[in-house]
Design a protein around this ligand. Structure first.
Ligand code: NAD
Length: 254
């Protein structure tokens, strides 16, 4: 059991990579605090975990809202006394070149994908500093490192999350808090299914072109990223600090 006794909080874990990570963390002995904007999706993840004999609880919160995030963290601390692992996973997609993106749509992506990392960190880190330990995993993307067409707002956020990860690591290393980033390639989740539906006249064709972009010749699975998250959450990665971890089927360097 690689996370036995650890209290973990995963934002956006009602779906996709977050849900898969929640299931894996629980299987490895963690208590999982499942967060999502959607109560229905979050509760579904909790049911899946408890039916498999794991320990999970749902806390609804919008990661862009300070009051909501603060209340979530206080509720988690009241229940468990600490948070050992914070996985900032919640995120949304944004499609378009700069001239095609309306200001509101730009702000929405920036808010969820950057403010939605800042706020959970802001409220969880003081508790980690007190205990002088913790692992924070920030969800970036391989798009932080490569140029992809019509992904301006999304790329900007994932690049920012990577830079933020390094900056945070410098600030919190002295408290034995590790901060690392995940950089997935294209992973088949509801997020990508939605992107295919909204960006291609023929989603099947879109799927084929996404597959070709990765050296692996196929899309990744949520479990592929969950296993990397498990590694960063566990003490096995104790010597990793401020690192980008690529799970991209060879997209970045291919
Ligand atoms: P997903 O859409 O399946 O899941 C995201 C979850 O986040 C949803 O359950 C959603 O309700 C939740 N969420 C959205 N806004 C929220 C908010 N304001 N507060 C709380 N929860 C909120 O997506 P996914 O593909 O599993 O992606 C998860 C993360 O991985 C995202 O940050 C995404 O940018 C990143 N990522 C995904 C891919 C991919 O190809 N799927 C690749 C690289 C990075």
């Amino acid at each position: 059991m690689r996370l036995q006794g650890k209290v973990t909080l995963i934002t956006g874990s009602g779906s996709g990579i977050g849900q898969s990570s929640a299931l894996l963390f629980a299987k490895e002995g963690a208590t999982v605090i499942v967060n999502d904007l959607s109560e229905e999706k979050g509760r579904e993840t909790v049911s899946m975990i408890t039916e498999a004999g794991g320990d999970a609880t749902f806390i609804q919160a919008d990661v862009t809202n300070p009051d909501s995030v603060k209340a979530m963290v206080e509720q988690a601390i009241a229940a468990y006394g600490r948070i050992d692992v914070l996985f900032n996973n919640a995120g949304i997609s944004g499609v378009g070149a700069i001239h095609e993106i309306e200001p509101d749509a730009w702000d929405r992506v920036i808010n969820v994908n950057i403010r939605g990392v800042y706020l959970p960190c802001k409220y969880v880190i003081p508790y980690m500093m007190e205990r002088r330990e913790g692992s924070i995993i920030n969800m970036s993307s391989c798009i932080a490192e490569i140029g992809l067409a019509r992904r301006a707002s999304y790329s900007a956020t994932k690049g920012a999350v990577l830079a933020l990860t390094k900056s945070m690591q410098v600030d919190y290393a002295k408290y034995q808090i590790r901060v690392n980033a995940l950089l997935p390639g294209t992973i088949l989740t509801p997020f990508v299914e939605n992107y295919l539906r909204t960006s291609y006249d023929n989603p099947e064709e879109g799927y084929e072109s996404l597959k070709k972009r990765q050296l692996s010749g196929d899309l990744g699975r949520p479990e592929d990223v969950a296993k990397a998250a498990l590694f960063l959450a566990s003490d096995e990665s104790r010597f990793m600090m401020g690192s980008p971890l690529y799970i991209d089927g060879g997209t970045t360097f291919g």
